[in-house]
Design a protein around this ligand. Structure first.
Ligand SMILES: [Zn+2]
Length: 281
């Protein structure tokens, strides 16, 4: 992705290098993290050692520089999402509220509960913020075999897509229906919500390309590889307080790629009604 030399968003809240707020009190930080992780991993303690955030490991100057560059990249992508969504909302006679994006390392607090590196990127409707630990960049590369900066841009755009759904009242509607639905039915709607976020990421890519020519050869393939590879349990997994149960699926890889591509090809918000799409029923 062509991003260098462009302005980054002022809405990045940089919490890297900070401890996890109240969690750190009393010096028992590792124990608390272990508990949080244990919760996240469904109590499977065998996975703890490699999952512990390396809070206390000194960072080399090189690592720091690479990390800072990624932070800059995230800021530029966020700015790109603001430019696109401000325009599209304006065209629809609406007002876009730009979401803050929290960059953190290790552990941080959100209105949706405690987040750790193991949480993966997520959007919290409670405080309307996007949360990203930059280590997910490496996860994409090594764990999900989905390398490339545009894979990361897609992930950010997907989370911002959840914010767009929140502003448009779509997420609320799904939440309201929850009481009337069986778990299975509700899960279906959750899948549609996820796929629509993929679609909105595609819509973003379409307009960002049109106005700024951000794409390099292979970028769309990077995003599709990520859409294919990321199990949403990983992408969405969140500690206490998150609205989505861990048990549901977020759509097949094929569906995720289909909706991202549809958004990218059309750039048309009106094409993204995943809720009335017959093949998802
Ligand atoms: Zn999502």
């Amino acid at each position: 992705m062509l991003w260098q030399g462009r302005k980054g968003s002022t809405n990045v809240e940089d919490r890297r290098g900070m401890s996890g707020g109240q969690v750190a009190v009393g010096g028992g930080i590792l124990g608390v993290i272990a508990l949080v992780l244990n919760f996240l991993l469904g109590g499977d303690g065998s996975q703890l050692p490699q999952q512990l955030p390396n809070q206390n490991v000194p960072v080399s100057a090189e690592q720091q520089a690479a990390d800072d560059q990624r932070a800059q990249f995230v800021g530029v992508v966020l700015q790109d999402t603001e430019d696109v969504w401000n325009t599209l909302f304006q065209q629809a006679g609406k007002n876009y509220q730009e979401p803050p994006l929290v960059l953190f390392s290790g552990v941080t607090q959100s209105a949706c509960g405690t987040a750790s590196s193991a949480t993966g990127p997520f959007y919290c409707p409670g405080d309307q913020k996007v949360y990203i630990d930059l280590s997910f960049y490496e996860d994409l590369q090594s764990r999900f075999q989905a390398p490339g900066d545009f894979a990361m841009a897609y992930v950010i755009a997907h989370e911002v897509g959840h914010h767009v759904q929140n502003l448009l009242g779509i997420s609320d509607k799904v939440q309201q229906m929850r009481q009337q639905l069986s778990e299975g039915e509700y899960n279906k709607y959750s899948v549609m919500l996820e796929l629509q976020a993929d679609f909105l990421a595609g819509v973003w890519a379409h307009h960002a390309q049109k106005t700024k020519q951000i794409l390099e050869e292979g970028d769309i393939e990077e995003a599709l590889t990520a859409a294919n590879a990321i199990g949403d349990d990983r992408l969405q997994k969140q500690s206490q307080g998150y609205v989505v149960p861990e048990s549901f699926t977020h759509g097949t890889s094929q569906q995720r790629m289909y909706w991202f591509k549809k958004g990218f090809q059309t750039g048309d918000m009106n094409q993204g009604d995943t809720f009335n799409s017959p093949d998802l029923r």
